[in-house]
Write a protein that binds this ligand. Structure first.
Ligand SMILES: [Zn+2]
Length: 152
């Protein structure tokens, strides 16, 4: 028996897969990738990812707002992320974190969004998928400050 694989971080919701999404999912299945976790980035991508996990038995979702889109995480969207986190096929909060390379959202806005989504994950007992680019120090400080690693 071959070892089954789990792709714990992919973005099948993205436009790049519009032409061959079904084919990619089929190929993954045929290559011993037993389960796929699609990581959300922005509102639209999270909704597409949730649709994929509804449609395919082997696809699960991580929901969250990527640091690039942290500036869109207002109260309304945060409430939506919270609602998504309750869904049965949601297995993580992500992709969340910090990206100081592109700075599509300011550092302060990214830090706030990261902290809020870590707290959300803690409330739901979900793991997080972390994106960190040129932001190692702040990423580690925030993770150490949060309850994620308490007791480790
Ligand atoms: Zn990613």
């Amino acid at each position: 028996m071959k070892t089954a694989l789990i792709d714990t971080h992919c973005h099948l919701d993205m436009e790049a897969f519009d032409k061959d999404r079904e084919e990619v999912i089929k190929k993954a299945k045929g290559s011993d990738v037993q389960f796929i976790i699609n990581a959300g980035s922005d509102r639209e991508g999270n909704l597409k990812g949730l649709d994929l996990s509804d449609k395919y038995k082997n696809i699960y979702s991580a929901v969250g707002i990527h640091p690039h889109d942290a500036k869109t995480l207002d109260e309304k969207l945060f409430k939506e992320v919270k609602e998504w986190a309750r869904l049965p096929k949601v297995v993580a909060v992500g992709e969340i974190g910090l990206d100081y390379h592109y700075l599509h959202s300011t550092k302060g806005v990214q830090i706030e969004a990261f902290r809020r989504q870590i707290a959300l994950a803690n409330n739901f007992g979900l793991p997080i998928l972390v994106h960190s680019r040129e932001a190692k120090k702040d990423t580690l400080r925030i993770l150490q400050d949060s309850t994620v690693f308490q007791g480790i």
